[in-house]
Design a protein around this ligand. Structure first.
Ligand code: MSP
Length: 528
């Protein structure tokens, strides 16, 4: 594997980021970091979706220009992602000049090809979805089911994209590639939606929607947000119809688009048809994650339960975002909805990160200092032939074997499931320590046996630090520092014996890698 290109959805900038947006960026960052442990060239794209009627209206209501609103809010997203240690390669804004220019050319090319044509139209437009809805999609009261708002009747002459032309090819692609849409159960939903698709409007009259990219040669029309937004995946890496850049040729097709379940239709139908029309290869996977609820309720401004990621970090007084990243990433099985609650957050991160993982390292290193002055001796190292304490070598082998297991989960975007494997090996190792009681072995003078237990655990901890790194890069960094372990090692190069021989650590150098979330602070409500 020589490259891995992954993208998130680009967020609307008519508000500040909340933990639902953060969930997706954290998942994607974790996938990116995992693949950086497997290949040299990972490119992680995220950004903001800045055009459309919603932005135009919000800006007007606030007495500022759309561009001012976008600048202000795009910055909030960037600041939040920095606070969560989201390490993207490009943050694209759909108001970026290079993006706008290429979108105009894409549109023009599709007009020339006959895939985009002009047509008079009357339809029901939901500005929340930024799309036209069918009558049958509405609630009994005639509202958009997602936004519970009455769509506007819009009558305009628009450009239309010949989506129906690609219907059969899309159906064939989905059926022939069962891992194209992840999780697989969503593929059926898409196939059902494909049953009654029609050609889609891809522009709006400029006098209705001013805040949009102008159609070349037709200044009365603005390019409709979805064709603008979806194209970011290729414009960001240098797509240019005449002269595709070296970067584009190397990175495209994307390995995965990570998106929420609500926008799967746009990605697995509209975007795929656009790519087919442009005669470009298709992304390898579309991973639709579930939604995050708060205390089991849908997050919404009207319920006043919208939580920002920054407020969680602040109210729990977290020095690094690791605990929040870990909690979010493990909040739901692949593709299912997850939930955030203060109480659950506190319990889970204290149990997994402080009690199980952090304490295991801390007490093992403390015993190494106490019984061996911090030194690892070669005779302690368990091999198939030199096992002094039963189960040592098999624990090591099982831990190393987890790397493949975790990689396989990542291939299927099972991020929570992969973390579960890591915690299961932590639990097993804790049991191995309890069963073999190195403190008793030391008391009985069985020093080689005691040394072997500690060395086995520390070798396992090296593997664990590599595996937990994508979720908790700061904790993993601190673990690796205390273990003198090279965290930049590729997963393929990790061996059974990673712990360095000789003096490993002094008493002063040992410190907890994760402090329990302070319960008094945690009890305060964090909802803003
Ligand atoms: N701008 C479009 C996406 C264009 S992609 C070419 C959009 N923006 S959004 O801001 O409404 O949503 C951005 C992403 O955040 C989507 O993938 C959406 O599913 C995700 N989420 C928004 N609320 C969410 C939760 N409560 N939980 C999890 N993800 C959520 O759609």
């Amino acid at each position: 594997m020589n490259k891995y290109y992954l993208t998130t959805a680009i967020d609307y900038v008519n508000g500040a980021p909340h933990i639902g947006h953060a969930y997706e960026k954290i998942l994607t960052d974790i996938i990116a970091r995992h693949y950086s442990q497997r290949c040299d060239d990972v490119f992680f794209l995220t950004g903001t979706d800045e055009h459309g009627i919603k932005i135009q209206k919000t800006a007007a209501a606030n007495g500022i220009t759309p561009k001012e609103l976008c600048d202000m809010n795009a910055q909030k997203f960037k600041t939040s992602w920095a606070g969560l240690d989201i390490k993207y390669n490009r943050f694209i804004r759909t108001t970026d000049e290079d993006h706008e220019k290429v979108v105009q050319h894409i549109f023009k090319k599709l007009v020339e090809k006959g895939d985009i044509y002009k047509h008079s139209y009357e339809g029901l437009y939901c500005s929340g979805c930024e799309c036209f809805l069918n009558e049958k999609d509405l609630t009994e009261d005639g509202l958009c089911p997602d936004h519970l708002k009455k769509p506007e009747v819009v009558s305009e002459e628009n450009y239309f994209f010949a989506l129906t032309k690609y219907k059969d090819a899309i159906i064939k692609h989905i059926k022939e590639n069962p891992d194209f849409i992840v999780p697989q159960f969503r593929a059926n939903e898409v196939l059902n939606q494909l049953e009654d698709i029609r050609d889609i409007s891809v522009s709006r009259a400029k006098n209705n929607v001013k805040w949009g990219i102008e159609v070349l040669d037709d200044p009365e029309q603005s390019i409709y947000v979805w064709i603008d937004a979806l194209s970011n995946y290729i414009t960001a890496i240098g797509y240019d119809m005449e002269n595709p850049t070296e970067q584009f040729n190397k990175l495209w097709p994307a390995d995965v688009h990570v998106i929420g379940k609500d926008i799967l239709k746009f990605h697995s139908i509209y975007w795929i048809a656009i790519l087919m029309a442009l005669e470009l290869p298709l992304p390898k996977h579309i991973f639709a994650h579930g939604w995050i609820t708060i205390d089991e309720s849908k997050m919404s401004k009207s319920l006043g339960n919208v939580i920002s990621p920054t407020s969680v970090l602040e109210s729990f007084n977290l020095e690094t975002p690791d605990a929040f990243r870990y909690y979010m990433a493990t909040s739901a099985p692949c593709g299912k909805d997850g939930n955030y609650s203060d109480e659950d957050f506190k319990e889970k991160v204290n149990a997994h990160l402080a009690n199980s993982m952090g304490n295991l390292l801390n007490r093992t290193l403390s015993m190494l200092v106490k019984y061996f002055d911090g030194e690892i001796k070669s005779e302690f190292v368990p091999t198939a032939d030199t096992e002094l304490v039963e189960g040592s070598f098999s624990l090591l082998k099982e831990s190393l074997g987890k790397i493949k297991v975790v990689e396989n989960h990542f291939c299927r975007f099972e991020i929570a499931e992969a973390a579960q494997e890591v915690i299961s090996i932590v639990d097993k190792t804790n049991k191995y320590v309890t069963d073999n009681a190195p403190w008793t072995l030391a008391k009985e003078g069985k020093m080689n046996e005691c040394g072997q237990v500690l060395t086995t655990v520390l070798n396992v901890m090296c593997i664990i630090s590599s595996l937990i790194y994508p979720y908790c890069p700061n904790i993993a960094g601190e673990m690796a520092r205390q273990l003198s372990y090279d965290l930049t090692k590729k997963l393929d190069d990790v061996t059974l014996n990673e712990i360095k021989l000789g003096k490993l650590i002094t008493k002063e150098e040992i410190k907890p890698v994760f402090l329990r979330v302070d319960s008094e602070l945690a009890d305060k409500s964090v909802k803003k």
